[in-house]
Design a protein around this ligand. Structure first.
Ligand SMILES: [Zn+2]
Length: 492
């Protein structure tokens, strides 16, 4: 349907059909601040098709030239991070067409307009940034380094390391007080917002509307979920201590009663995990994953430490037939996660300013980190909800889960049997399970099933078939095609 001079990460992610034709590239002789890529409708019925032009440094992040400034920006109320070609860009645009005029302002972090989305006389659109880079800044939480000097980056890491080194020595009461103090600081941060940060998904929706408008017809994409289900609900648990291990049934009990399946992440060297327990959970249709090696915040401390600990974690992964990883206290390093060798990781949150390593990938759909599937946690953790913020009930969980259902997204919950003796945790968890019990639209899946589906989806394509479209590849039987339209509705 579309043809593009260069791979377009946004279309790859949503599996929108397009072909790469390097011949379409905007002439390299043009004096543009960096390469300008072009996407347009293939084979139009007449006249020159309208194009989407976007900036991209295909030589790596170091290659962005001076006029493209890495920073925090605002577009239509959404926050995003990346390199943006700052105004004025008219000299560049005049080489790419006629009648260019700004249609949407882009403001910097202080709210000052610094750049714009442009349109030319024919209706083509110019983005002064690379949507692929913007997506990556969210997913990897790379944005957390934007605007920080190397010193501040090192300081932050030292703070988190110090917290873990000290933590075992601190009485639990003091730990909680420190976390609550820290919480006050976190609550002031304006990004990512909590409990919901919609910037990334609002940008997706805006790009879809714009591309459907350019194309003059609905844009097909591969639905995120299989078998006609419109959203996913994934239940996961981390078992922190021997007490949690003995209290598993506080959470598993209501699940069993209501017919839910869940995933249980155990720590190999902190308490005894019986093989019979692992097998019993698996026999009930549950899954077992690996929750670090000792739960001391050091597994991903450095490449060297990881290399030392990896054989131990792999040994238990094999023994438990585990293919999933959750890092203790959600400690995470983007470049190290794929080195763990698991099929999927679930250590990122869509938004969690309250963790010792705060942040948020802002995604409520799975995505890839190299060959590893990342399944972000998209509900606040029980510990945050009840121990830190002292919520009385499940209201925030239910509200956010309903919103994510509307967005056709993934609700991925993390609860701990270790905290489930607190009646607020146990009662709220039951309320969450009951809230969606019998919902015919949900895919209640194990994380390993979501990861497997995401891989199938990623190597399937949507193709023209007569007047319509069909799916080719491993998602052909259970996948479904949906359409994004210029007015934002999604027929089908
Ligand atoms: Zn843990």
């Amino acid at each position: 349907m579309f043809e593009s001079s260069y791979p377009f990460a946004f279309f790859d992610y949503f599996r929108v059909p397009y072909a790469v034709r390097p011949g379409l590239a905007v002439g390299r002789h043009a004096r543009t601040p960096c390469p300008v890529h072009r996407m347009r409708m293939a084979g139009p019925p007449g006249g020159a098709p309208r194009s989407l032009l976007w900036l991209g440094a295909d030589m790596g992040p170091a290659a962005w030239p001076g006029p493209c400034r890495l920073g925090r920006y605002q577009l239509r109320g959404c926050t995003f991070f990346g390199h943006v070609a700052l105004n004025p860009v008219q000299a560049t645009l005049s080489q790419l067409g006629r009648g260019w005029h700004p249609v949407e302002p882009i403001a910097d972090g202080a709210g000052q307009p610094r750049a714009a989305i442009w349109r030319d006389g024919d209706g083509s659109v110019f983005l002064p940034f690379d949507p692929g880079e913007v997506m990556w800044e969210f997913w990897s939480e790379g944005y957390r380094q934007v605007g920080r000097g190397p010193l501040a980056r090192g300081g932050r890491a030292a703070l988190v390391r110090g917290y873990y080194l000290l933590r075992p020595a601190l009485p639990r009461r003091l730990q909680l007080r420190l976390r609550r103090e820290f919480t006050r600081v976190q609550a002031r941060s304006s990004f990512p917002r909590w409990p919901v940060e919609e910037s990334l998904h609002s940008l997706y929706a805006w790009l879809f509307r714009m591309l459907a408008e350019l194309a003059g017809q609905p844009v097909p994409f591969l639905d995120p979920w299989p078998d006609g289900r419109s959203w996913a609900l994934v239940l996961t648990h981390d078992v922190e201590t021997g007490a949690g291990y003995r209290n598993l049934d506080l959470l598993r009990g209501p699940e069993r009663e209501l017919g839910y399946r869940s995933s249980w992440n155990f720590v190999p060297l902190r308490y005894q995990v019986a093989d019979e327990m692992v097998r019993a959970l698996q026999a009930e249709g549950c899954e077992v994953g690996v929750h670090g090696l000792r739960h001391d915040g050091r597994d991903l401390g450095s490449r060297r430490l990881l290399a030392k600990r990896l054989p131990g974690m792999r040994e238990y992964a094999d023994r438990w037939q585990a293919i999933g990883f959750r890092s203790p206290a959600t400690q995470r390093r983007w470049e190290l996660m794929p080195r763990l060798g698991f099929d999927y990781d679930s250590s990122y949150s869509d938004t969690d300013p309250y963790e010792p390593q705060p942040g948020g990938c802002c995604s409520y759909l799975p995505y890839f980190n190299e060959s590893m599937v990342e399944l972000p946690m998209t509900l606040p953790q029980d510990h945050t909800m009840f121990s830190i913020l002292q919520n009385p009930d499940a209201e925030i969980w239910l509200r956010k889960a309903r919103l994510l259902r509307e967005r056709h997204a993934m609700v991925l919950a993390l609860t701990h049997p270790d905290y489930a003796q607190d009646p607020r945790v146990a009662d709220s968890y039951r309320a969450l399970l009951e809230g969606f019990h019998g919902d015919g639209t949900v895919w209640q899946a194990l994380p390993r099933e979501v990861a497997a589906w995401w891989r199938q989806r990623d190597c399937s394509v949507v193709r023209r078939a007569g007047d319509g479209w069909r799916i080719e590849g491993p998602a052909a039987t259970s996948g479904r095609i949906r359409f994004a339209t210029a007015d934002g509705s999604q027929p089908g």
